[in-house]
Design a protein around this ligand. Structure first.
Ligand code: UDP
Ligand code: GLC
Length: 381
């Protein structure tokens, strides 16, 4: 099967890391087209997945932009669309992984009569997208042969926004469990006098809620520290400054470390006692939650969106209300005070997650449906 995969980003965000795993089985004869250059291209090259950067300029329009900004970016889009149309003719199917890729891919699919598949990694809510962008994306997605939603939460928001239920289904991200159980843990950050380290693994962005964990530390004993792994991938410099100010104001300088973007997430997770996920808006899926489980680490997550599907409270992790630092701190303390039970839950979560999110099963599911999409096309009148 020859697939043209399209993604707007050159950065290795969660949607891109998922694409790497999805595209791998098709590397012979397929291509990933990126709309900007960046570390994700190098990562794909390391994995011998054919990749091409299709645009020299970054498309200005953002998730929250109005249709007017969208329109003014047309001059940037046209050469890219022309390039994608030309490329599409060499492939059986167009697989789009991000909103801007959907816009370009939908036009190419229409002009070249190639079926379109959209991997929807976003919750199409007003917290994340302007009304005009939501309308545009749903209208275009409704032309797809298949919309893969990364969680029930993502799918229901798509349907509530006018998306067709009959073309959409849920496929969770897949993972290779054996990668997470390697015992080569190198404590690659300063643990200092800390007895208890909470890891936070997310890009730095207001809705990822790093400030909630920082605030929670003030309600925890002094020996509780935190380490933030991840960078501001999409220009959230102001938020980064605010985090540093918050730490100064709360006198937490000795209890917080920032490591920036790291490629060794697994060994860093291994060096933490507990992982916190603190998104203040509904998380579409939340790869870090599953990764924490696969590493056998206790995980507390904000109860919204995909996170609430991944975690069964007290069974394979713990849920707290989003945006509630005090509740988070109380949960941290409760888990510490019954550490034996906490570890038992984390170990059982590891076993369950290894089966539930196995990449091989996920890729099989995707492959079956893609084959069906192509078969339906062949026999269509
Ligand atoms: N990640 C990483 N290095 C970092 C921070 C995060 O490789 O420094 C990875 C993390 O392991 C996860 C992904 O980035 O696989 C983030 O995906 P998630 O679904 O949690 O959130 P997103 O950023 O996609 O919204
Ligand atoms: C997006 C979402 C994240 C999800 C990832 C992979 O980046 O923000 O929640 O885990 O895609 O589907």
């Amino acid at each position: 099967m020859k697939i043209l995969f399209l993604d707007q980003s050159g950065k290795s965000g969660g949607a891109e890391l998922c694409l790497l795993d999805t595209a791998k089985p098709y590397q012979a004869g397929s291509l990933i087209g990126l709309f900007e250059d960046g570390p994700f291209r190098s990562l794909l090259e390391e994995h011998q997945i054919p990749v091409q950067v299709l645009s020299q300029t970054t498309i200005r329009v953002r998730k929250e932009s109005s249709w007017l900004t969208g329109l003014s970016s047309l001059s940037q889009l046209l050469p890219l669309v022309a390039r994608v149309v030309q490329l599409s003719r060499q492939y059986d199917l167009i697989f789009v992984n991000t909103p801007k890729a959907l816009v370009v891919g939908a036009v190419a699919s229409f002009l070249t009569d190639r079926p379109l598949v959209y991997h929807l990694h976003d919750i199409l809510s007003r917290e994340h997208f302007s009304a005009s962008n939501r309308r545009l994306l749903v209208t275009l997605a409704n032309r797809a042969a298949w919309v893969i939603a990364n969680s029930q939460a993502t799918r229901s928001t798509f349907i509530a926004a006018g998306g067709r239920s009959e073309i959409s289904s849920v496929v969770y991200n897949g993972f290779q469990p054996e990668k997470y159980t390697q015992k080569s843990v190198s404590a690659s950050f300063q643990t200092g006098i800390s007895k208890f380290t909470i890891g936070h693994f997310s890009r730095l962005s207001p809705w990822k809620g790093q400030h909630i964990l920082i605030e929670a530390l003030t309600h925890c004993p002094e020996d509780v520290t935190s380490v933030f792994v991840g960078d501001a991938l999409f220009g959230e410099q102001k938020y980064v400054q605010q985090l540093h100010q918050q730490i100064e104001q709360l006198g937490l300088r000795d209890r917080v470390q920032f490591l920036g973007f790291r490629a060794d997430v697994i060994s860093l997770m291994g060096a933490c006692d507990l992982i916190a996920h603190t998104s203040t808006a509904a998380e579409p899926f939340g790869r870090v939650i599953v990764e924490a489980m696969l590493c056998g680490k206790p995980v507390i997550a904000a109860k919204a969106g995909g996170a609430a599907e991944l975690i069964d409270h007290g069974v394979n992790g713990w849920l707290v209300a989003p945006g509630e630092p005090k509740q988070l701190a109380e949960m941290i303390q409760a888990l510490r005070s019954d550490w034996q039970t906490t570890i038992a839950v984390a170990q059982s979560a590891q076993r369950q997650a290894s089966d539930r999110f196995h990449l091989e099963k996920v890729n099989q599911q995707i492959h079956q449906r893609l084959t069906q999409v192509l078969d339906d096309r062949e026999y269509a009148p």
